[in-house]
Write a protein that binds this ligand. Structure first.
Ligand code: GLA
Length: 390
């Protein structure tokens, strides 16, 4: 027996095995800021995400470490004493999930160590936080035999982010990370949680993600503002219309009733939510029909609406989108995710990918002084347990 095998035997005999879990990040193709407005979204899970290694302890302690943020050290707490603490920084995401599971009556019998490593660029709007949450949730579900259906894990993670972390997000990110499917996007009706995996038959076309490397700062407060403005617009419409969400409105119904919304900012927010929801449905239809030109045009319209009406873009992302639009092999390009920085997503003919990387990269750097990163997205599967490690 060699040294490695001997070490592995030790861990096996004394039950020191490490369990390994993975949860993907996501990129949203279209349907932005529609989830909490009761509309549709069309994201897909990425092949990169958060990796998490679990090891059991004999006491009630929880010890967490992220290899991405080694300076934060080991965050330590106790199973019976979990509370939000700003100083815990990134660890509030896994701790929020653990606490929310406890709040739902699930019993976690013993303490543990969790080691995290993510290959999603941080703060890029590709849902690194949701993937940390889902990785934690599938780990807890599996280790403590909780038998929670994956869709319930998704909801628990969203609740953790809303109530523990204080980010009033919709369900899209957690859903995409928890329910993704290789080479498919997910058409999700956020009102009913009915969903459909739609094959991404992109022959000769790549999904190119462009990271502006402009970190989305102040995102929580600006995001929560957008949410409140949309809710106010809904309340104004409800004075006449029997609707529960903006997602129920057709464009015609919105146009006929928009004057009920007195505040011009709130009216713009509602306009985006209604039009973007319809665009998402049209885009999915176009994709199913193999009409990627139409899909791309709808992506461009989505960017313009996020820039002008929902105002979640930023000059950096506008430059990236506009430079992409100038290149003939680009079918469409738009900001993706919560906004105020982060990434753009584009559909690019394979033969034009190099030109986009060279040209957009160069112009972007000249205009902003920032260097963009480019990734060709591979669409992966959902949050899941991986092999045991000894
Ligand atoms: C963030 C939120 C999602 C969604 C998007 C915008 O990623 O977490 O719930 O609202 O922004 O589409």
């Amino acid at each position: 027996m060699n040294q490695l095998a001997l070490r592995s035997k030790f861990n096996e005999v004394f039950q020191k095995e490490k369990l390994y879990f993975f949860a993907p990040g996501r990129v949203n193709l279209i349907g932005e800021h529609t989830d909490y407005n009761g509309g549709h979204v069309f994201p897909c899970a990425l092949s990169f995400g958060t990796h998490c290694v679990f090891c059991k302890r004999d006491d009630q302690k929880i010890r967490l470490h992220s290899l991405n943020l080694p300076n934060k050290g080991i965050i330590e707490t106790d199973l019976n004493n979990i509370a939000y603490d700003k100083a815990q920084d990134w660890a509030n995401y896994p701790l929020g999930v653990i606490k929310t599971l406890q709040n739902h009556g699930y019993k976690l019998n013993y303490g543990f160590e969790l080691l995290f490593w993510g290959d999603i660029p941080n703060g890029a709007g590709l849902s690194s936080s949701a993937s940390i949450e889902l990785a934690t949730a599938v780990a807890m579900n599996s280790v403590f035999n909780l038998h929670i259906p994956q869709i319930e894990l998704v909801k628990i993670c969203q609740e953790a982010e809303n109530k523990f972390v204080g980010m009033n997000c919709g369900i899209m990110d957690q859903f995409a990370s928890g329910m993704g499917k290789e080479n498919h996007a997910i058409l999700l009706d956020c009102n009913t949680l009915k969903y459909e995996h739609v094959p991404l038959n992109l022959q000769g076309i790549s999904i190119l993600i462009i990271n502006s490397n402009k970190k989305h700062s102040l995102v929580t407060s600006a995001y929560n503002d957008r949410r409140r403005e949309s809710e106010n617009a809904l309340k104004a419409l409800q004075t006449k219309l029997p609707i529960k969400s903006l997602g129920e409105l057709t464009i015609e119904e919105f146009e006929a009733n928009k004057e009920l919304i007195k505040d011009p900012i709130e009216r713009k927010r509602a306009k985006h939510a209604v039009y973007e929801n319809q665009r998402t449905l049209q885009a999915t239809k176009a994709l199913k029909a193999g009409d990627l030109e139409t899909f791309g045009k709808l992506m461009n319209d989505s960017h313009i609406s996020l820039r002008d009406d929902y105002e979640t873009s930023c000059p950096e992302l506008d430059i990236i989108a506009e430079e992409c639009w100038k290149i003939p092999g680009v079918l469409g390009a738009r900001i993706t995710g919560g906004g105020f920085g982060g990434c753009a997503v584009s559909l690019v003919k394979d033969e034009a990918v190099k030109q986009v990387i060279d040209t957009v990269g160069k112009v972007y750097q000249e205009k902003t002084g920032l260097k963009a990163d480019f990734y060709i997205a591979a669409i992966g599967g959902p949050a899941r347990p991986m092999a045991k490690i000894y």
